[in-house]
Write a protein that binds this ligand. Structure first.
Ligand code: NDP
Length: 445
């Protein structure tokens, strides 16, 4: 198999899916040598079967807004692979959602879930509906209409969705409630549920906390202490805010956050009171990060990401895909960044990844660093099937162990002769080998 020829072939078949091709390209180029050591993979045309999703559902979602207007959105579910467990992956509600973005996310999810060591396949779903500016009742009607179409395709041992951009506890609650009504069963379908109806403790925090645990493992390889380090975060949603909470607990300084309208920079680091304000602003009032700048008088950069404006030791992009381009990456490296640990999925463009790897900094791709979210989703599924709930300490300690294990797998498959750990290669090869072996054992499906 030649990676370039393979990716060019996919590009010809799916010419309008740039994000999907970008994600496949990154994985295929880094597993090329390993794949070619196994001629049996090629005989079974394994790579193509692994890159093209098992199936895609797409449907119209019609709902009624508060003024009585009938609105139509597109809904999707990509069931990418169930080679190692039931399909599993979040649902994204954002105006930018299309099939290419969900295909890239479902593809990435397959390798990420494999890395967690838990039995979960890969999937992703969503809609171009944006909850921003909608009332609770509008969001509820939309979620119910979405699940009316999807409920037959999901189930506790079939496909278990969760949250992602635009889908938090409120949306998961509405979708799970409607699923339960349609399916007439109370099972673990959906993770990230409310605590009172089967949600796991630490699930809301898990992606951000897990990213910090992964970062600690990376820093330890170079004997670096996190205390006092200046960390630039992008985003101010679920992943970003819980990353900030854990970083501050660990003694680091959070020097930036953002939303889709702009970025704030707080050179001395957020105070506890300021972080609390952001948590309330985002979770209760659903406000904008600009309001933080207005209240505290800090620097605010409308329409911009933080990377060119902030002096930091560590960057943790936690908003969306392709939010760090080659120039941003160079700016971060030039001002001395020592580590980049991705909370978001594919936040760095291929040019940015080249810059980070070239500079030999500690660089963790999202599929390794942000796997804590889905890992605790896996723990939520385990608790649901046992009809039990574990303590926060128990879940947190399992999360720490899983992140350490993912780090170990990256080291095993990504360590170069000079000791540098290429986490991109490590995560891709480790994630790929497990899925590939499972596919080989199960025959051509
Ligand atoms: P949220 O919706 O809670 O927050 C997303 C944040 O990113 C918001 O601040 C949002 O700003 C900002 N954002 C979204 N789209 C854009 C954009 N196009 N440009 C600039 N800013 C943007 O989502 P999550 O925190 O859950 O997800 C963030 C990232 O983490 C995503 O890449 C997601 O796939 C990934 N992830 C999430 C997991 C989870 O458990 N939730 C697990 C693993 C990965 P605004 O409010 O203005 O829209």
């Amino acid at each position: 198999m030649k990676a370039k020829e393979f990716v060019d072939g996919l590009k010809r078949r799916f010419p309008n899916e740039p994000e999907y091709i970008q994600a496949v390209d990154e994985v295929v180029s880094s597993i090329e040598d390993t794949y070619n050591e196994h001629p049996e993979f090629e005989r079974y045309n394994l790579l193509e079967r692994l890159c093209i999703p098992d199936r895609i559902f797409s449907f119209r979602v019609s709902w009624v807004d508060d003024k009585g207007n009938v609105r139509n959105n597109m809904g999707y579910r990509i069931q990418h692979s169930n080679a190692i467990g039931p399909y599993k992956g979040g649902i994204r509600f954002h105006s930018s959602v299309n099939q290419s973005i969900l295909k890239f996310l479902a593809f990435e999810q397959t390798f990420k879930n494999s890395l967690t060591t838990l039995a979960m396949g890969g999937a992703k779903g969503g809609s171009d509906f944006s909850p921003r500016g909608k009332s609770d009742m509008e969001v509820m009607r939309f979620c119910q209409a979405f699940i009316t179409e999807l409920w037959r395709q999901i189930g506790p041992d079939t496909d278990v969705p969760a949250g992602d951009i635009g889908v938090g506890g409120r949306e998961v609650g509405f979708m799970y409630g409607w699923y339960k009504k349609m399916a007439r069963e109370f099972t673990g379908t959906f993770t990230g549920k409310g605590r009172e109806f089967g949600g796991s403790l630490i699930r809301p925090e898990a992606t951000g906390f897990g990213n910090c645990y992964f970062l600690l493992n990376m820093l330890a390889t170079r004997g670096i202490d996190i205390k006092g380090k200046r960390v630039a975060i992008s985003g101010s949603g679920n992943v970003a805010t819980f990353t900030a909470v854990k970083l501050m607990e660990l003694g680091a300084k959070v020097v930036s956050m953002s939303d889709s309208d702009g970025s704030i920079v707080v050179a001395d680091g957020l105070t506890e009171e300021q972080l609390q304000y952001i948590l309330e602003l985002k979770n209760i009032y659903r406000g904008r990060i600009r309001e933080f700048a207005e209240k505290y008088g800090c620097e605010y950069y409308p329409g911009e990401r933080p990377w060119h404006h902030v002096k930091c030791d560590i960057a943790m992009p936690s908003a969306t895909q392709n939010e760090i381009d080659g120039d941003d990456a160079q700016a971060l490296v030039d001002q001395g960044v020592i580590a980049v640990s991705e909370g978001a999925n594919m936040p760095s463009t291929p040019d940015a990844i080249k810059v980070f790897l070239g500079a030999r900094i500690l660089y963790a791709p999202g599929k390794a660093a942000n796997a804590g979210g889905v890992a605790v989703s896996g723990l939520e599924m385990a608790q649901n099937s046992q009809k039990m709930s574990w303590t926060a300490e128990e879940v947190d300690s399992r999360l720490k162990n899983i992140m350490a294990d993912i780090h170990h797998q990256c080291e095993l498959f990504g360590k170069e002769p000079d000791g540098f750990i290429n986490y991109v290669k490590g995560a891709n090869v480790a994630g790929f080998m497990k899925v590939a072996r499972a596919m080989m054992d199960q025959g051509v499906l």
